[in-house]
Design a protein around this ligand. Structure first.
Ligand code: SF4
Length: 738
């Protein structure tokens, strides 16, 4: 670890988004001097985006907490680790003893999946809480992908990945990889990869209610009404299966349910869905024909689809389209990864569970668990609704649900009702300001890193490990140690000093995330276990390859990779087929459902310099023109008297905000767009830079009652809102309704 004044160079992967770009960090005098792309990284080949520099800013940020904090009547005060951990464990356990285990809830935020220690040890802490009230950012994000993968392929993480580097036709719905850098499709320098499709004679087509950055470089962009993508996909399938013969190819030998799907799509003609989607029938037919004609085509959909009331249907139908056109498990189509640390096929103890559905239900609304978690949209009602089993204490880990979950203002009111709250988090933010304790982990540069999650989702198989760049600060504890110490204390309170728990604690403490990683690599598909007479991949080898190792392109792997016991694909899982009925009722043939008079449909958006709510305290990423604006089509602006740069009042069922207007034909008429992750005007936060660029939270408008009924995922996309000029109404405050 660098400590002298000699310049030193360190290589690692950036952990600020899913792209895993290799970076080269130069350190001088113990400080980060520069961060550049690592030209020798076999995957990212020198690419980085403007966010990479934020790694230095996060490390040096004076607002980042560096020792545990306790909230008192006179404000926050520092406290020692042992005292904090002891008190937290005692208070959680006392509430569970009095009110039952479900009285404690736990929420895991998205940054955990970028953190080796948290990936390994947060599940240990969650298990030690013995509660059914588990929540995470999954249910405001990729849950429909995981549900479809679980039902179709037998494992929640067996998600097909677009073979972007070989495809000749890429159909993108509700995704903006130029801003996200690829999501559920780790693909550093996605712009170059999309351009390469065009350079080899292929086409990129984007279907989205907004002309996104990706749509601008695509060969074709098609506007679609928010919330209707499932209909468009059904129409494509109608053309592929009813108007043409299916083309499963070798997949036919292990696919079940084709006839069921063909019958279900029979009445979804392009003519039927056109009035609902706003996409004319000829365009839908042409899209289907182009998809069928391409020698290697792939359909890919992301947040804009997953966060609809039919999110699970969308992700299922995308995969069905790839299957029935013979584009699953083939070069240029969608393929499964073969990562060095395999969370799907590896040892059960080191992987994630296959998934589960409906083992228990939420107390108030009766929504089913998926993979051991309940939809986070029910978290506030589970705190606010009196009765046995009410959540009285909450543990949050690297999450900011006040800004990132629907009806965030209601959730904040719920957090105020808790008897106790602890946050494992480096910041005093919109969520953690409600906590009684904040336990801050080390910075991303003070921990070793290997991407357990994103190698599972990458468009190429690679592996890369980096040790910590800096030693932890004097009062710091790594994430995994916080989880383990808290778990150990809870276990002791619950079970006394059981030999089993004590041995497990000491074993895990000795192993730490790095040794567990080594075990997983050795037992993985490139590890020594499967190559008894040759040297297999180990952590020691990765340490010697600071730029990472290339394990080759994605390759066909079916049916062996399938995780159902019979190694078959379930093309027509019952819960998803059943949900088509709800779709038919919502969009009947005889009537076009449209927003009520005067209502517009609100969609989110993301900017390359943003990542959820995390990076707004980084000066370099928030400078320039304010990005938190309401995009409005010129026709709607004229009709509603909205003026560029002036404030509009936006009202939904749950709240209202005022926000500057941006008049643009990049959104379709009837649609408005706000970015997510803003809303830093709340009092009591310690985010000096973010507070100066506060914006408003889209989740003060999104509705906790709007869900995808099958998966429980929040349905952010297409929230009905009314928009008026704030000057006319005289409202000037950006406050959600009470
Ligand atoms: S694209 Fe993502 S991983 Fe790459 S530098 Fe930017 S934030 Fe980091």
């Amino acid at each position: 670890m660098p400590s002298s004044s000699e310049p030193q160079v360190h290589f690692r992967a950036c952990t600020l988004c899913e792209a895993m770009c290799g970076i080269r960090i130069e350190v001088r005098d113990g400080r980060v001097h520069s961060i550049r792309g690592d030209e020798e990284d076999p995957f990212s080949r020198g690419h980085i985006c403007p966010k990479a520099l934020a790694l230095r800013d996060l490390h040096e940020d004076p607002d980042r907490l560096r020792q545990p904090m306790r909230r008192t009547a006179s404000g926050w005060e520092p406290v020692g680790w042992d005292e904090a951990l002891d008190d937290v464990a005692h208070r959680l356990y006392a509430l569970q003893r009095e009110h039952g285990n479900n009285a404690v809830g736990v929420y895991l935020g998205n940054p955990n999946v970028h953190n080796l220690g948290a990936m390994m040890f947060a599940p240990e802490l969650v298990r030690s809480l013995h509660t059914h009230n588990r929540f995470s950012a999954t249910s405001v994000d990729q849950l429909p992908h995981q549900l479809a993968a679980y039902l179709m392929f037998g494992h929640q993480l067996l998600v097909p990945i677009p073979d972007i580097d070989h495809t000749r036709y890429m159909l993108i719905l509700g995704a903006n990889p130029l801003a996200s850098n690829g999501s559920m499709m780790t693909a550093p320098d996605v712009r170059a990869r999309l351009r390469a499709i065009q350079q080899r004679g292929g086409r990129v087509v984007v279907v989205d209610p907004r002309r996104t950055e990706t749509a601008r470089i695509a060969d074709q962009h098609v506007f679609i009404r928010p919330g209707t993508d499932a209909l468009a996909l059904l129409a494509l399938l109608h053309v592929a299966l009813v108007e043409n013969p299916p083309r499963l190819g070798r997949l036919a030998a292990f696919v079940d349910g084709l006839d069921v799907v063909r019958e279900q799509v029979r009445d979804f003609t392009p003519e039927h869905v056109a009035p609902h989607t706003g996409v004319d029938a000829n365009t839908l037919r042409a899209l289907a024909r182009d998809f069928l004609a391409a020698d290697g085509a792939v359909c890919y959909g992301r947040m804009g689809l997953s966060t609809q009331p039919f999110g699970a249907l969308c992700q299922w139908l995308i995969t069905v389209l790839n299957v029935v056109t013979g584009n699953l498990d083939r070069e240029g189509g969608a393929l499964f990864t073969r990562p060095a640390f395999d969370l799907v096929g590896g040892p059960r103890a080191l992987g994630l569970g296959r998934g589960s559905l409906g083992r228990w239900k939420s107390r108030v609304r009766g929504l089913p668990e998926f993979a051991g978690e309940l939809p986070v949209a029910v978290l506030s009602e589970e705190i606010l609704t009196e009765g046995p089993g009410r959540i009285r204490a909450l543990v949050t880990v690297a999450g900011n649900p006040a800004l990132s979950t629907p009806n965030g203002a209601q959730l904040e009111r719920a957090l105020e009702r808790l008897d106790f709250m602890v946050s494992i988090d480096p910041y005093l933010n919109e969520t953690t300001r409600h906590a009684h304790y904040i336990l801050p982990p080390v910075s991303p540069l003070e921990r070793g890193h290997y991407d357990l999650a994103f190698h599972m989702l990458a468009v190429r198989n690679t592996a890369r490990y980096a040790p910590p760049l800096f030693p932890p600060g004097p009062d710091s504890l790594e994430d995994w140690r916080i989880h383990l110490e808290l778990k150990h204390r809870l276990d002791m309170l619950r079970h006394g000093t059981r030999l089993k728990d004590t041995l497990a604690y000491h074993a895990l403490k000795r192993l730490g995330p790095e040794r567990l990683l080594d075990v997983g690599l050795r037992m993985g598909p490139y590890g020594a276990r499967f190559r008894p007479f040759r040297q297999g991949l180990t952590l020691a080898q990765l340490r010697e390859k600071p730029h990472g190792v290339d394990l080759g392109p994605l390759k066909p792997s079916l049916p062996q990779r399938l995780q159902h016991k019979d190694h078959r694909i379930r093309l027509a899982p019952e819960p998803l087929v059943a949900d088509l009925r709800r779709l038919r009722e919502t969009f009947p043939k005889a009537r076009v459902s449209s927003p009520r008079d005067g209502e517009l449909l609100l969609i989110g958006r993301r900017h390359l310099r943003d990542n959820n709510s995390w990076l707004h305290n980084t000066p370099g990423l928030v400078k320039g023109k304010p990005r938190c604006t309401l995009m409005v089509h010129p026709e709607d602006a004229a009709r509603l008297g909205l003026v560029e740069g002036k404030e509009a009042l936006v009202t939904s069922r749950v709240g209202h905000v005022t926000v500057p207007v941006e008049v643009t034909d990049d959104v379709m008429p009837g649609v408005v767009s706000l970015p997510h992750g803003y809303g830093h005007q709340r009092p009591g936060i310690r985010l000096t830079v973010a507070a100066q660029h506060a914006g408003v939270s889209i989740n003060d408008l999104t509705d906790d009652l709007a869900l995808d009924a099958v998966s429980g995922n929040a349905a952010f996309s297409g929230t009905p809102v009314r928009v008026t000029s704030a000057a006319v109404t005289g409202v000037g405050a950006s406050t959600p309704a009470a």
